[in-house]
Design a protein around this ligand. Structure first.
Ligand SMILES: [Zn+2]
Length: 307
């Protein structure tokens, strides 16, 4: 019996290993690598440097959850050497479009290569169905795994430049370690009872798990689901119970639902402030991962350091 278990374990490990192997693509001196969004595009540029020509599917500043593939996008994807996407249903209809394109352009998902025990799952309160939360890039330690995954894929695509890619990866990993230490230091300024992040959608679950915050939200991990007045009232009751005094806006979402939550709380005699705007699914004005993370951390620390 033990042998059967061992064989199954080997097969499962083998499947994971195979799934995470870089895809073989055309070996060009300068290749076009398409990223699904600006966050992945920034990482590809950090690793690929001047040796990679990059492009994005979802336009800068747009909400990835509501993405719909256009004919023009399909042509751009099929013309590229490789497409790298987040996966876990972050990018709206992109995964569906890729399934239709087939093997014309190799496609790799970063989330598929993360250790399964590091993933966070959301449970739908109506259906009970579990779905993976795809916002793992808000944990710089998990983003290190993404950096290595991309270096591996670029090296596989162009082995002439692979040494450069792995050197760039080392530099970027150091940046992520420094960032991780910065966040750990900064959150110490927030009293333990104030470490609660309230946003419209569940984008900060990984950030919260890594740095000791409770997170509450109106949507699940997708911002494209509907919000009812019952959802607003339910969250308002919870925030009163937790004595939460700060809500955050998100750059890619209209502020009407959070404002409605704020006025619902006010009507109940509970006053909350808006702590600022966070970049949940985009990089923001600096167009840089590290700057985006520092902006979020600084905004959260400034808002929650005192009630
Ligand atoms: Zn999101």
């Amino acid at each position: 019996m033990k042998k059967i278990y061992l064989l199954i374990s080997i097969l499962i490990l083998g499947m994971v290993f195979i799934a995470c192997q870089p895809k073989t693509v055309k070996n060009k001196y300068k290749s076009v690598v398409m990223s699904s969004n600006e966050i992945i595009d920034d990482l590809v540029k950090s690793i690929g440097g001047n040796f990679i020509e990059t492009s994005m599917v979802i336009r800068k500043g747009n909400d990835p959850h509501s993405y719909t593939a256009t004919e023009k996008d399909i042509i751009r994807i099929t013309d590229s050497s490789l497409i790298i996407y987040n996966g876990g249903s972050l990018e709206g209809r992109l995964e569906w479009a890729l399934s239709k394109i087939g093997n014309i352009t190799p496609a790799v998902s970063i989330i598929d290569c993360l250790p399964k025990d590091k993933l966070i799952y959301d449970t739908d309160k109506n259906s009970g169905k579990k779905t993976v939360n795809h916002h793992f890039w808000h944990d710089p330690v998990l983003w290190k795994i993404a950096a290595h995954f991309i270096a591996d894929n670029l090296a596989s695509m162009n082995n002439v430049n692979q040494q450069i890619y792995f050197q760039n990866e080392e530099v970027f990993l150091y940046t992520l370690d420094t960032l991780n230490n910065y966040i750990k230091e900064q959150v110490q300024k927030i009293p333990a009872e104030n470490r609660i992040i309230v946003t419209e959608h569940d984008a900060f679950a990984y950030f919260g798990a890594s740095y000791g915050f409770e997170t509450y939200y109106l949507h699940g991990s997708s911002s494209s689901s509907d919000i009812s007045s019952a959802d607003i009232n339910e969250l308002a009751a919870l925030l009163i119970e937790k004595n939460v005094t700060t809500l955050f806006l998100e750059a890619t979402l209209p502020d009407k639902n959070i404002r409605l939550l704020q006025s619902t709380l006010k009507a109940a005699g509970h006053f909350v402030k808006i702590g600022g705007t966070l970049y949940s699914d985009t990089l923001g004005y600096n167009n840089d991962y590290e700057a985006m993370m520092r902006h979020n951390v600084d905004t959260i620390v400034n808002a929650l350091s005192s009630k």
